[in-house]
Design a protein around this ligand. Sequence first.
Ligand code: ATP
Length: 353
Amino acid sequence: MKKVVVGLSGGVDSSTAAAVLHHQGYDVVGLTLWLMKGKGQCCSEGMVDAAKLCEQLGVPHHIVDSREVFERNIINYLVSGYESGITPLPCSQCNRMVKFGPMIDYARSELGIDRIATGHYARIEFDEQLGRYQLKTAIDPQKDQSYFLYDLSQEMLAATLFPLGETPKTETRRLAAEFELTTADKPESQDLCLVEAHGSMQSFLDQYINQKTGDIVLQDGTVLGEHQGIHHYTIGQRRGLGIAYSEPLYVVDLDVPRNRVIVGTRDSAGDSECYASRANWVSIAEPEAPIRADVRIRYRSKPTPATVVPLADNRVHLMFDEPQFGVTPGQAAVWYDGDRLLGGGIIERKDKG
Ligand SMILES: Nc1ncnc2c1ncn2[C@@H]1O[C@H](COP(=O)(O)OP(=O)(O)OP(=O)(O)O)[C@@H](O)[C@H]1O
């Protein structure tokens, strides 16, 4: 019988993914990674819901205490990133370092199973001609999660199934109800798991980073107000600045050495280029010459046409056809050709370019 280890967060998507595979005749083993203390997904509630699901399906359930791996790779990464004035994206890093890598290792070494599955909305296909696994967007554009998966390696894609990649979300709910899963009506997770567990990113970070007040200034140095800690701000942010000004203002830079938040009008907040490091080429090998692609600079941003220039040391230079607003160091830039995810990397600070 075909065997698969399904990553279970206790949410409706992974529950349905497990039920679908079970229904298709797979020998399913549930695996929940215990990621942090607190309530919610990946924590105590998630583990209990995942255990209930496995009981219902009549399949084994394993829990692996991954709190230390999560702390080392995600919490430290986030805290040091925010301290240095960037806005790190934890999810792609979590997928590679905390979820897919360790889940595949555990499945192989502890269970002798060489395939895992998750409830992510994305598709994987093998291209015989290119000899590479292709990572593609989900059929349901509203749910597509390929952006967060850009950092997976070919080996990880080879070992993974995404049973929901072709399923619209409404259909997932319908299937969950049909299988009478206890998670069928569970609300969608709205935010980062850390934010759900701690109330807000701000209250999470405040546990680790001392609040140090400083100036909010215009690009010419004019002081407009006071901030309560640079780590509360993100480049591109407009709301919550607490400043009265004749035009809407946006955060355009975070000056860590001088502990200043620099703001400007929308015009000054656009970027026609950026650099990304730690590039991972997914559906194609790293090209030798520049390519054209559609780039997402945030999870929900519309793909925008650009030229992607491969550089030495796994870096790329992204030149946008139109200036982009809110190009945020620490977030991922992910480039696509239609529904194929070609590659991605981490947006660098401007001064590094
Ligand atoms: N703690 C965990 N242990 C094992 N697998 C996990 C865990 N958290 C998430 N996953 C896997 O990663 C997938 C995507 O996780 P994400 O946090 O984006 O949740 P989601 O899209 O809301 O899905 P779900 O409804 O299953 O929680 C899940 O469907 C699940 O397969």
